[in-house]
Design a protein around this ligand. Sequence first.
Ligand code: SRM
Ligand code: SF4
Length: 569
Amino acid sequence: MKKNCKIIVSEKKLTDAERIKKNSNYLRGTIVDDLKNEITNGFSGDNFSLIRFHGMYQQDDRDLRIERHEQKLEPRYAMMLRCRLPGGVIKAKKWLKLDYFASKYTLYGTIRLTNRQTFQFHGIFKKNLKNVHKMLHNIGLDSLATANDVNRNVLCTSNPMESLVHQEAYEWARKISNFLLPHTKAYAEIWLDQKKIVTTDKEPILGQTYLPRKFKTTVVVPPYNDVDLYANDMNFIAIVQNNKIIGFNVLIGGGLSFIHGNKNTWPFLAIEIGYISIENTLSIAEAIVTTQRDWGNRTDRANAKTRYTIQNIGLDVFKKEIEKRSNVNLEPIRNYSFTNRGDRFGWIKDINNYWSLTLFIQNGRIYDDNNKSLKSGLSKIANIHDGNFRITSNQNIIISEVSERNKSKIEKIALSYGLIDKISNVRKNSMACVSFPTCPLAMAEAERMLSFFITQLENIMLKYGVEEETIIVRVSGCPNGCGRSLLAEIGLIGKSIDRYNLYIGGNRIGNRIPKIYKENITQKEILINLKYLIKTWSNKRKAQEDFGDFVIRKNFVKEIVNPIHDFWN
Ligand code: SRM
Ligand code: SF4
C-alpha cells in the first residue's frame, strides 16, 4: 500500500480537463454562443470537450479529411450523439422517432447500436442538435452523461422478461443510472430551451469537477455475463432467494484500455469486494463513486480510472473507505457462477407468455443498402409491435413482449428484410468497435473490416471441420479497446493502417484477458497465423475444448493471471 500516494498526486499539475470542468459553470461553458455561430460547424475551445457531458462528440469524416484540406475547407464537422438507455430498453413505437431522425437529419442515415446497450446517431450538423434533443425529450429520453467523466449508460443483463428477477435487475439499472446523474440544469437550458430556474447548481455526488475519468456500471443476473461485467468500474451481481433479489455481490475496478508501449497502463478485471443486502445498493454505489471522485488521479488521465486508484491507494484502504462512507459492512462474497456471454438468438417465451425474438445485427449497424434493409425492416416491425426493443451489450436487438398474434407477422418481416439469416456461430459472437471513418482515435479499420475478416475465418474453420464451433472474435481500431478485444478468445487491436496486434487466450465467460501472440501484423498475416492455430486446435483439442483454453494449455501464449505484470511481460 502506498500511503503517500494522495499527497504525491495532489502536488502535480492538474490536467487541462480539470480546468475545463472547473471553469465550465456546471457544464455550460459558452456552448450557447457556439450554437449561434453559423460560420463553423464545430464547437470552439472548451466547448469541444463540454458537449461530451451532454452526450455528443464532435467528429469529422476521416475519409474526407485530405480532400477537404486540399480544397482549403474546414473538416466536415458533425456530431455523434449517444443516447442514455439504462438496460437498453426502448418502446418499439419510440423507435420510429429515432428511425425518422436518422433518415432525415443525419449524414449517414444509420442508427448504430453500441456495446453498452444504447444507440448512436453519427453525423448530426450543429444546426440540428436542438432538434435531436427535443425529439429525445418528447419520447422520454436524453443523452445526459453518456460521455466524459461521469457514470455512463448502466448495463443490465439483456433478457426477454425471463423472470421477475430480470425485471428487478433492470429496475436497479435504471435507479442507479438516475441516482448518479449530474444535477446541473445545463442540459435542459441549452438543448431544451428551458429557462434557468436555479442560480446555484450543486453536484452532491459528482462534485463541481465531476469524476476524474469515465466510470462504468453494470447490474448482472448470473449465469449470463452478456454485459462483460469484468470490464466495468462498478458491478452488482444479483443474489437471488425465492425468486427475488436479496442483495448483490459487488465488484470494482475493471477496464480494458492501454496505450501502445506504455507499461504503466494495463487492462484489469473487476475484483470482488463483498456482498451487500439490497437496501444498501445506492449507499454503496455513492460511496464507491465518491471515493473514486476524491482519490482518483486528476493529474494524469492515463492513470485516472478506478483500477489505477485501487492500485495507487491499495484495495484494503479503498474498501474501508467505502464502508466508512456508506456505513455498510461488506460481507463475504456469496456463491455465483457464469456460463455464457453470447445472446440467445431466435424466439424465447417469457414469464408472461409473450415471445421475444433476438436478431443478429453485424456490428450493431442498422442501415439499408442494396443487399439488406435492416433499418426499414425494424421500422416495419416497430409499426405493428406494441412491446419493446431491447439492445444487448453484444450490439444486437431483441424484439420483446411479442403477442402470439403478432409472432408470425414479425417473423415474416424479419425474414424478408434480412434480419433473420443463416449465420455462423463465429459471426454471431463477433464484435467490432466503430473506428473509421468517424472515430478520431482510430488507428486501423474495425467495423468496416470485420464482416470480410469473419468470412475468411469461416472458410478456415470449414476447412478444418470446426465450422459449427464458436470462437469469440473481437476487433478494436486502437488500444482504447472499445470492441472489448481484451476479453475475446481472438482479439485484434489496431496499430496503424492494416496493422494489428493479435491477442489470443481469453475465455467464454469473459474473465480472462488474452495475451499478445503476434505484434503489428497485417490482416493477411493474422489469417495465416489463425489458420495454423485453428488447424492445431481442430486436431489436438480435448473434447469440447474451447479455442481460448486450448491455446493456453498448449502454451501458444502464457495465461494472464495478474494483468498488471503479465500483460506486458
Ligand atoms: Fe469507447 C472513446 C466508441 C465502448 C473504451 N469510444 C470512444 C470514442 C468516443 C472516441 C473518442 O473519444 O473520440 C469512440 C466513438 C467512435 C464513434 O465514431 O462512434 C468510442 N466505445 C465506443 C462504442 C460506440 C464502440 C461500439 O462499437 O459499440 C461503445 C459505446 C458505448 C456506450 O454506449 O457508451 C464504446 N469504449 C467502449 C468500451 C467497452 C465497454 O464499455 O464495455 C471500452 C473499454 C472498456 C473500458 O472502458 O475500459 C471503451 N472508448 C474507450 C476509451 C478508453 C478509456 C480508458 O479507460 O482509457 C476511449 C478513449 C477515452 O476515453 O479517452 C473511448
Ligand atoms: Fe475508436 Fe479506438 Fe474506440 Fe475503436 S477502440 S471506437 S478506434 S477509440
